[in-house]
Ligand binder design. Structure first.
Ligand SMILES: [Zn+2]
Length: 181
């Protein structure tokens, strides 16, 4: 039986019960420190890269424009460009650090009907795929193991981002800054 594959149905969710964020997690998260603890991986002026809390695979990343909108058609040119440049850089970093066989890249637009749970602040999913991979979350149900796996992936991708042209970084706990998106 064929199963419909939709990794972006797995959304970002907060690790702790009881909201840590007041309003919009994607607006508030970039200000939280240390960045590594929040899986906040890379920054440009108008967009940033986050690893999913609740990954389909370790490496499942979200590319988030800073502008708070769920309406794709509202994004201005600079936000669109920076967001897509960060998708390219994320794929480059994953090629180097993780070596997957391919990628799924996609959006949920229009909240619940499309599978998303945070429909009011749009974000692109970049999911590295390996031949024969299985959904990581059901396979490994131990939360601590998952957190450690995502942090390990964070460190590897951080290193790969840091080696790219046009980036700089303070330390391993702080998101990479992309100077030339
Ligand atoms: Zn927002």
């Amino acid at each position: 039986m064929e199963q419909v594959f939709a990794p972006w149905r797995i959304e970002w969710v907060e690790r702790e019960t009881g909201s840590e964020f007041d309003d919009c997690v994607f607006c508030e998260l970039p200000d939280r420190e240390p960045h590594r603890e929040y899986y906040h991986l890379a920054d440009s002026e108008n967009a940033y890269v986050l690893l999913n809390n609740y990954p389909y695979n370790p490496g499942h990343a979200l590319i988030v424009p800073r502008e708070h909108t769920g309406e794709y058609r509202d994004l201005d040119e600079q936000s669109l460009l920076e967001k897509e440049r960060l998708v390219q850089r994320t794929i480059d970093a994953m090629d180097e650090a993780l070596g997957p066989d391919g990628y799924n890249v996609g959006y949920n637009l229009g909240s619940t009907a499309a599978g998303g749970s945070i429909g009011d602040h749009l974000h692109a999913h970049v999911v590295p795929r390996w031949e024969g991979d299985t959904n990581f979350m059901p396979t490994i149900s131990d939360t601590k193991v998952i957190v450690e796996a995502v942090l390990d992936t964070y460190d590897r991708l951080h290193e790969a981002f840091r080696s790219q042209d046009g980036t700089h970084s303070g330390n391993t706990e702080t998101a990479i800054v992309v100077d030339e998106p």
